[in-house]
Ligand binder design. Structure first.
Ligand code: FEO
Length: 391
């Protein structure tokens, strides 16, 4: 991308990764992503906030052409999509001091082989002056690594937030400008990356709320020019509130489990419960993660493969266990051929979920009336349970 001015002496110098479709070889990126970096020229000192994925270092260094000296290379988060170009930047600016949180120091040394003598750690609340501008570092652990922090510039009221409050989106627009597609990218990002740390994020949001913010400048996606939009969205996502909604990830090999899923979905809808179905054979796993942000109940639908769950269902269960949605209830349904142990197998994969298991409806072959009644009873129980939840 280009060097573009945000405020006087503050520039966006990162890059857009239009073609990336997977992050961590796991997370779908339908809209690509960006690796944002910010150059701040103070009256006395010059600082860079975050670098870019090393695959883009050449373009990045081009964006920095004309920069004669760099005093501080600030790394808010040590994951390589932001820190990976530190060694190359230090090669160009050997006198720059790397600024990071105390917990980041070892990570930068171990992962990037940075000379420890070049690293200065900053405490929570510590301020570094650039002359007419300054940066206050606020430790915000677990968004999404233990070492993460944000930087606040009081003179311009800009919060540099790195992954926190970011979105995976490649765009030529520098600002969000209320674009709902960016809010969806931010929710996707939250669900896949941040959701396991809801508790810690609540505390970090309180720290952010104490600041007077005009811009939130993350290190992925465009800058939030209406900070309230993303801050209040995060407050909603991490809250205890949930939707009167059942998410049903499922697989069906010959249609029997699929018919059970459809039947249960219709019974839930008739009882005023919203449903979202995800056929795991074809679904975008990120859409499933987003649906789990506020669902009250998860019903897993799996056929039996050699007495266990379908491997794709097992994968989705492991993923749900990792991202720790706030759902309060769960159930398992599915068809089997001659024998099954799917319930014990699946429950063994989702031990992180703090859910009440409302039951399992399993049937040999095609679902017949006794099974259909069990599904109606399950729908009734879910609808009743939802009435008691904070919505
Ligand atoms: Fe964008 Fe956690 O790295």
């Amino acid at each position: 991308m280009l060097k573009r001015e945000i405020r006087k002496g503050i520039y966006s110098v990162g890059v857009q990764d239009w073609g990336r479709r997977l992050f961590d070889s796991l997370i779908p990126l339908p809209d690509g992503t960006s690796y944002n970096s910010y150059l701040i020229e103070g009256s006395e000192k010059t600082a860079l906030i975050d670098t870019v994925d090393p695959a883009f270092v050449e373009e990045y260094l081009n964006n920095l052409q004309g920069l004669e000296k760099l005093d501080y290379l600030i790394t808010l988060h040590s994951e390589q999509d932001h820190s990976g170009s530190i060694p190359m930047v230090l090669k160009k600016f050997p006198n720059a001091q790397v600024i990071c949180s105390p917990k980041a120091k070892d990570l930068i040394i171990e992962h990037l082989l940075v000379d420890p003598a070049k690293i200065r750690t900053v405490d929570d609340g510590e301020v570094i002056s650039l002359g007419d501008k300054s940066l206050r570092f606020i430790h915000t652990p677990w968004v999404h690594w233990p070492e993460t922090m944000v930087a606040y510039m009081p003179e311009t009221k800009i919060l540099f937030s790195c992954d926190f409050l970011g979105s995976h989106a490649a765009t030529s627009e520098m600002y969000v400008k209320g674009d709902p597609a960016i809010m969806e990218s931010a929710k996707r990002y939250y669900s896949e990356i941040m959701m396991p740390f809801k508790g810690q994020i609540k505390g970090n949001l309180k720290k952010v709320r104490e600041l007077d913010i005009e811009l939130v400048a993350p290190s992925h996606g465009p800058i939030w020019d209406i900070p309230e939009d993303i801050i209040s969205a995060y407050e909603d996502w991490v809250s205890d509130k949930m939707e009167n909604k059942v998410v049903i990830p499922y697989i069906s090999m010959h249609g029997s489990t699929g018919k059970m899923v459809d039947y249960l979905a219709k019974e839930l809808i008739q009882r005023g419960v919203k449903v979202e179905l995800f056929d795991l054979a074809v679904t975008d796993i990120g859409k499933l993660a987003m649906a789990l942000v506020d669902a009250a109940t998860i019903v897993i639908g799996s056929p039996t493969v050699h007495v266990g769950p379908h491997p794709v269902v097992a994968y989705a269960a492991i993923l749900a266990n990792a991202i720790k949605p706030k759902a309060r209830h769960a159930a398992i349904i599915g068809s089997y051929g001659w024998a099954t142990q799917v319930v014990d197998s699946i429950l063994g994969l989702v031990k992180n979920l703090k859910v009440e298991v409302l039951g399992a409806v399993l049937c040999k072959g095609e679902a017949k009336e006794p099974t259909l009644k069990e599904l109606r009873d399950l729908a009734e129980l879910i609808a009743e349970k939802h009435k008691a939840l904070p919505m």
